[in-house]
Design a protein around this ligand. Structure first.
Ligand SMILES: [Zn+2]
Length: 473
């Protein structure tokens, strides 16, 4: 059925290519959006049938499928890093050549998906079922749907005979849902393929759709960095029946935790968060609207500052945060332990220098006998500028497709492959190229009955195709 569909539509799209004269196509190419939407839904259905559940991943199946789809369009793809990533695993790479006048733009998605439990789904999560106007399956939102939209925009540009000033690089990575070894391997092994890449687009910010209204279009420009730290107190193990004061590490640790928890870390408004708050102000009322519309002024007023910090999500965007979580001490009531420790879930603002933060944390603890241990290496810094040509191009296209809707720049609390690519000197942005109601994205991403509506597939293809034209010249 899918093959039949593609065969039906290919001649139509090829015919369009022939009709559009190359010169006119530069200005005003005629894309058949309804046909692209249908084709996108069919491609997504096929892609969702490629089971790339991680673990184990099996992304090589996805890479082969992508290679075949692009091969039909005369775009040669490469299946990479199979030996390094292990059995069944791979990264995928392809490039649509432009004139080379400007540096390349990379479209990146991850090919793996998180596991799905069949019994909890209405449909088979790996059947790619199209039903009730949706394409259903694990990965529809996170993030095979996004990958298909990128793929089809690239194909649409190629078919229309449009030659951009930038090469468009298309990458599918393995293992984003686990350790991120796909992107890490790609960046370390293929600096030659990334050398001319200026910008990168991948998953990220939610565009907020609530009660049928698009509240803002999101461009994700940074991530808070987990800086997980263990604080450790050493003492002398002995019997609990004979207290030994501060040689018992437990009360010493408890005092340190109390000081850390009471620490009011400095409040700082980054440009991205400022823009995010201003975009949110639009549909607020009363005092909230006033403070969000001018967060800089709000932070100077005690009332404004208190209001901004009163909500945990906003508070977390304005400062480095620390949550003490895991506690370890003795495992026996009558034994004073040799060592007691607490894990701190620390999240740093994207531009925070970790060394300076650690110095401050040590000062706040104020106990030279408490040691700080790194639980995991800190992720690379990722915060992208707001004044680049690509950023402006995204704002223009969002304005064209969503007139009057503000563009917000949330800082993501979650993690993605962006820091890995940012480390290679590439300016990365995250976005979601569709208008998914908040109720759907909140419960279906990594949840059950994940699905993407067919109109959203069409919206995404249109968004990306327009963006490639805007950013590519
Ligand atoms: Zn994802």
């Amino acid at each position: 059925m899918h093959i039949f569909f593609i065969m039906r539509f290919l001649p139509l799209l090829l015919a369009l290519t022939v009709v559009a004269a190359p010169a006119a196509a530069q200005q005003d190419p005629t894309f058949d959006w309804p046909a692209l939407q249908q084709e996108g839904a069919q491609l997504l259905s096929q892609y969702l049938q490629v089971n790339s559940t991680n673990p184990p991943g099996n992304e090589i199946l996805a890479a082969r499928w992508l290679k075949e789809v692009l091969g039909r369009e005369g775009i040669e793809g490469q299946i990479l890093d199979t030996a390094e990533l292990g059995p069944g695993r791979a990264n995928f790479y392809a490039r649509l050549r432009g004139t080379g006048k400007r540096r390349a733009l990379a479209l990146v998605h991850h090919m793996d998906v998180v596991p799905a439990t069949r019994a909890q789904w209405t449909v088979d999560p790996f059947a790619g079922e199209i039903r009730d106007g949706y394409v259903w399956g694990r990965g529809a939102l996170d993030m095979k749907g996004h990958g298909i939209v990128q793929l089809l925009a690239l194909i649409a540009i190629k078919r229309a005979g449009i030659v951009l000033d930038r090469d468009i690089v298309f990458i599918g990575n393995a293992d984003e849902e686990s350790a991120g070894t796909g992107a890490i391997t790609f960046v370390s092994r293929h600096p030659d393929l990334l050398a001319d890449v200026e910008y990168l687009l991948t998953e990220g910010a939610d565009t907020r759709v609530e009660h049928g209204t698009v509240r803002w279009f999101g461009i994700d420009v940074g991530e808070k960095r987990p800086y997980w730290t263990r604080i450790v107190a050493e003492g002398r193990t002995s019997h609990g029946s004979v207290p030994i004061g501060d040689q018992n590490p437990v009360p010493r640790l408890a005092r340190a935790i109390a000081r850390v928890a009471a620490w009011q870390t400095p409040v700082r408004l980054t440009p991205a968060v400022e823009r995010f708050f201003i975009a949110m102000a639009k549909d607020q009322t009363g005092v909230g609207r006033r403070w969000l519309a001018d967060p800089r002024a709000a932070l100077k007023s005690p009332a404004g500052r208190a209001w901004l910090l009163s909500e945990p999500e906003r508070n977390a965007l304005l400062r480095n945060t620390i949550s003490p979580t895991v506690l370890n001490g003795s495992n026996k009531t009558n034994t004073i332990p040799e060592r007691a420790s607490a894990d701190l879930d620390i999240r740093l603002l994207p531009d925070q220098d970790p060394v300076a933060f650690r110095r401050e944390l040590t000062r706040v603890i104020g106990d030279s006998l408490i040691r700080l241990e790194e639980i995991a290496p800190i992720t690379p810094r990722y915060d992208a500028p707001l004044d680049t040509e690509l950023f402006k191009a995204i704002v223009r296209v969002a304005g064209e497709l969503l007139p009057g809707v503000p563009v917000a720049t949330p800082v993501s609390p979650g993690a993605s492959d962006r820091p890995t690519y940012a480390q290679a000197g590439i300016i990365c942005y995250g976005l979601d190229p569709y208008l998914v109601p908040i109720e759907e994205s909140r419960y279906e991403v990594h949840g059950n009955d994940e699905r993407l509506s067919i109109p959203n597939v069409g919206w995404g293809v249109r968004f990306y195709t327009r963006l490639l034209q805007e950013a590519g010249h």
